[in-house]
Design a protein around this ligand. Sequence first.
Ligand code: SF4
Length: 155
Amino acid sequence: MEKILISSCFLGNKVRYDGGDNLLTHTTLTAWKKEQRLVVICPELAGGLTTPRAPAEIRIIGEKIIVKTIMGHDVTHAFEQGANQALLLCQKHNIRYALLKESSPSCGSSSIYNGQFNQQKIPGQGVTTTILRANGIKVFSEKNLAELISELTLS
Ligand code: SF4
């Protein structure tokens, strides 16, 4: 049975930078959980960061992607480490699909915050999504969960 990588915060785990979660309730998710199809990760914790932690946003400087906290600390390495852990989990479980939280600097798949900490979003994707997609894994968010469900139903 096809497994799905999922953002830990969707399952109600308090792993967000501010100590909160992004609980996502959906009958299909409940069913997948029951069938043990969900492989859970918070890439930022997997990369060595802790909860709570300073909010961080992506800055794109030329070809370079840097992640900095609101205090200006460079946390790019931790984000990359977490992304690599996510990829390893996918490879271990032969995962082809991921459901990750939109707009996160790790998990975002179609938008991210603009790097100015002013609540403005721009088109883009998080560090984990970038690495997963580069390795052929399809990344969905809560906004297109229906699409993921239909892909998995047809596959
Ligand atoms: Fe959720 Fe991803 Fe942020 Fe972890 S890194 S709190 S899983 S959105």
